[in-house]
Design a binder for this molecule. Structure first.
Ligand SMILES: Nc1ncnc2c1ncn2[C@@H]1O[C@H](COP(=O)(O)OP(=O)(O)O)[C@@H](O)[C@H]1O
Ligand SMILES: Cc1ncc(COP(=O)(O)OP(=O)(O)O)c(N)n1
Length: 282
């Protein structure tokens, strides 16, 4: 079927009968007023990959390239209502979660995922912004482990997040593999461990499918403009899953998307600037 379709110049996909095939993805995450991470990065990434982006906001952050100046969680009822509005009218083909902030929001999101029988779920276990500001309460880590990991079709931790979730120190590639196995045992279907926080000029992102490891190696771009890399990478995986791609195909595109977005930097703002969501073309 996929070969029989072709892409319209303007974006979405039409089939041989001229019918539009609009794939939809939902992000449940925090808003970044500066536009580089969170909901804004996710929706820009979905759009660039020709997927219709929708959002349920968990918290509003006052944030720019210099850091996070404020965090304002939304009432649980507001999160619940946004998710239900989408579920009843615009069922998503894939879902991504990002900043969930509190135990109450995590419990609500997990409940809604089960209620709506959403299975193509990418969980980005956002904990701390690059500048050091907490985006998840410390006491909510256990809720993330208990409620979100078993629902995760894909989990995309960076190395420090994997350390917290597995309660182990990760120094080597072997440690990363051991941690990925632990996360798989905690209920995750596919673990994608990002390598941005590793050492050296070569980055290694790792995929574990319960049996084998797959590695994506890339050249480290020496830049301070990496705000929102994790969100963008996980959003690209989500967009590809929404189109029915396999996890291997999805990570492949996400890797090329983030590499281009970092290399073709925008250089805006006085601090750690955002990545370029226009850079990659399918
Ligand atoms: N300086 C860089 N050059 C190239 N790729 C990078 C760089 N920093 C991060 N990445 C890539 O961006 C993605 C997000 O990585 P990471 O920084 O580990 O996550 P997070 O932003 O959640 O901390 C990964 O695919 C990683 O390999
Ligand atoms: C609202 C919001 N959500 C998530 C993040 C963290 O995004 P990430 O992609 O990990 O990028 P950095 O913060 O590490 O630059 C965020 N900052 N804000």
């Amino acid at each position: 079927m996929a070969q029989m379709m072709f892409k319209k110049q303007s974006g979405y996909i039409i089939n041989i009968w001229g019918e539009s095939m609009v794939y939809k993805a939902l992000t449940i995450a925090g808003s970044d007023s500066g536009g580089g991470a969170g909901i804004q990065a996710d929706v820009k990434t979905f759009h660039q990959l020709h997927v219709f982006g929708m959002s349920a906001i968990t918290a509003v952050t006052a944030q720019n390239t210099l850091g996070v100046q404020g965090v304002y969680p939304l009432p649980v009822e507001a999160v619940e209502k946004q998710i239900d509005s989408i579920a009843t009218d615009l069922p998503p083909d894939a879902i991504k979660t990002g900043m969930l902030f509190s135990e109450e929001i995590i419990e609500c999101v997990a409940y809604k995922m089960k209620q709506h029988r959403w299975t193509r779920v990418v969980v980005d276990p956002v904990m701390i912004a690059k500048g050091g500001s907490p985006l998840l309460k410390q006491e909510a880590v256990e809720a993330l482990q208990r409620h979100m990991l078993p629902l995760a079709y894909v989990l995309t931790p960076n190395i420090p997040e994997a350390e917290v979730l597995t309660n182990m120190q990760i120094d080597t590639l072997e440690h990363r593999k051991e941690a990925a196995k632990k996360l798989h045992d905690m209920g995750v279907r596919y673990v994608v461990m990002k390598g941005g926080h590793g050492e050296g000029n070569e980055l290694v992102d790792l995929l574990y499918d319960g049996e084998q490891f797959y590695e994506w190696k890339s050249k480290r771009v020496h830049t301070k403009h990496t705000h929102g890399t994790g969100c963008t990478f996980a959003a690209a995986i989500t967009a590809q899953l929404a189109k029915g791609k396999t996890i291997y195909e999805a990570v492949d595109v996400a890797k090329r998307f983030i590499q281009a977005a970092i290399e073709q930097t925008l250089q805006i703002g006085g601090g750690h600037g955002p990545t370029n969501h226009w850079a990659f073309h399918e």
